[in-house]
Design a protein around this ligand. Structure first.
Ligand SMILES: Nc1ncnc2c1ncn2[C@@H]1O[C@H](COP(=O)(O)OP(=O)(O)O)[C@@H](O)[C@H]1O
Ligand SMILES: [Mg+2]
Length: 415
């Protein structure tokens, strides 16, 4: 029995792990398929998506089947052992009774004892299966606990006043091993400066701002905010001062107002309304039904431009010292575009700003432009100076922004 239970334990562990893995795969697939429903429908992939789902489900069912079979096997093995020992007892006991060494009563008592002896073993084998399945679940929970939490500095620094000067000092960074995504990047942004970052896709622009807000840590070099290494900052204080508006704005299902305050109780309702009005978001919010109007999951009932305006309102309401913005690449309709540009100008006023720029207007109004190329900072200067230099920026400008209207034309087209 001991050997059988040990064999069962090893097989069961494997099977339960398999079940968990497959359930996880089903959940992952469902999540992806549901959030990507539009993409699936557009690509006419419904049938294949269903087939894939069927397959994942079948895999899970098979694994479950196997675990049931194992449990049943253990149980029936224990039953068989119990019956077998009674049979043996009858055999030997019968012989002993016949030769007069044992009374019938003793034999009957023994049979009862054997049966009682097997009751806890049978119970145990049923519970053992549950135990094994719980153990594999616990395994997963503990592996989660073992994940490294965000490293917190020993003496986190929380400066009372933040000016918002940023310095990258010979920063190197790789997501994996030595695949350098940033190589020796150094630059300074003085407090109050507006700096634009431009560069081809994949040149490392987004990575720069992830490092600044400490979503990742640098591999070599350091990043200073107001002369303090970001690794020594209290992460929460740092993120309160530096607002990051990412390319795709994340909106939660719930009222507009919570999407702006993000649940911070110290932002009053009038402050929310003022922020929204300042960045031209009040118009569409009113049309939506006011600040209590519910946003659908991920703000699917808003247009791209409206989402951006809402993100600006959110950033403004939190009143950060430094604004870091990954401008949305998708262009919006001309009417909203004008609102967004105007809102952006108001949002940046009086703050240090680091903007990954896709709009010509943002680039032109920046104090300085950083040009990223394959993870290196290759050029730096004003729009005019960089154009005159005829280097990477000049080429990028022709390719990416050549199609956008020139300032003069744009001014003329404005109502
Ligand atoms: N989470 C990640 N894991 C691994 N590689 C990544 C990750 N994010 C970005 N990269 C890689 O880093 C490089 C720079 O990406 P990114 O900073 O997003 O560029 P950009 O914003 O300029 O388009 C790209 O080659 C990209 O493939
Ligand atoms: Mg990017």
């Amino acid at each position: 029995i001991v050997l059988a239970v040990d064999f069962f334990r090893r097989q069961a562990r494997r099977t339960y792990r398999m079940i968990r893995e497959r359930i996880a795969r089903i959940n992952g697939y469902l999540q992806e398929a549901i959030s990507g429903m539009a993409a699936i429908a557009l690509a006419n992939r419904e049938v294949r998506a269903f087939a894939e789902f069927e397959r994942l489900n079948a895999d899970h069912r098979d694994a479950y089947h196997l675990s049931n079979k194992l449990e049943a096997a253990l149980f029936s093995f224990v039953e068989a052992m119990s019956t077998l020992s009674i049979a043996m007892l009858l055999w030997e006991g019968g012989r002993l009774t016949r030769v007069g060494l044992m009374e019938i009563g003793t034999l009957v008592a023994f049979i009862q004892y054997i049966q009682q002896f097997f009751v806890p073993i049978r119970d145990f084998s049923a519970k053992y299966a549950v135990m094994q399945s719980s153990m594999t679940a616990a395994e997963r929970i503990f592996s989660l606990f073992d994940l490294e939490v965000e490293p917190v500095p020993e003496q986190p620094r929380v400066p009372a006043r933040v000016r918002g000067a940023i310095e990258f000092d010979h920063v190197w960074f790789a997501y994996r091993d030595e695949d350098w995504v940033l190589r020796d990047v150094s630059f300074r942004v003085e407090a109050g400066d507006h700096v634009a970052i431009v560069g081809a896709t994949g040149s490392g622009k987004t990575t720069l701002i992830k490092l600044l807000d400490r979503l990742y840590d640098v591999a070599r070099g350091r990043i200073l905010v107001d002369g303090i290494d970001v690794r020594d900052w209290d992460p929460r204080a740092l993120r309160r001062r530096i607002a990051v508006v990412l390319q795709d704005v994340f909106l939660f299902s719930g009222p507009v107002v919570t999407n702006i305050t993000l649940g911070r109780p110290d932002i009053s309702r009038p402050a929310v309304e003022a922020a929204a009005a300042h960045v031209n978001a009040d118009g569409f919010i009113r049309r939506l039904g006011g600040y209590e109007a519910l946003l659908r999951e991920r703000g699917s009932n808003l247009s791209g431009g409206q989402r951006q305006l809402l993100a600006f309102a959110r950033a403004l309401a939190h009143d950060p010292t430094v604004l870091v913005l990954d401008e949305a690449t998708s262009s919006v309709d001309p009417a909203t575009e004008w609102l967004v540009q105007d809102a952006l100008a108001k949002l940046l006023a009086g703050r240090t700003a680091l903007v990954i720029a896709h709009r010509l207007s943002t680039i032109e109004t920046a104090d300085r432009i950083l040009v990223m190329h394959k993870g290196e900072l290759r050029e730096e200067g004003t729009h005019a100076a960089l154009l005159a230099r005829g280097g990477i920026y000049a080429r990028l400008y022709r390719v990416q922004y050549g199609g956008q209207a020139l300032p003069a034309e744009r001014a003329a087209a404005r109502p």
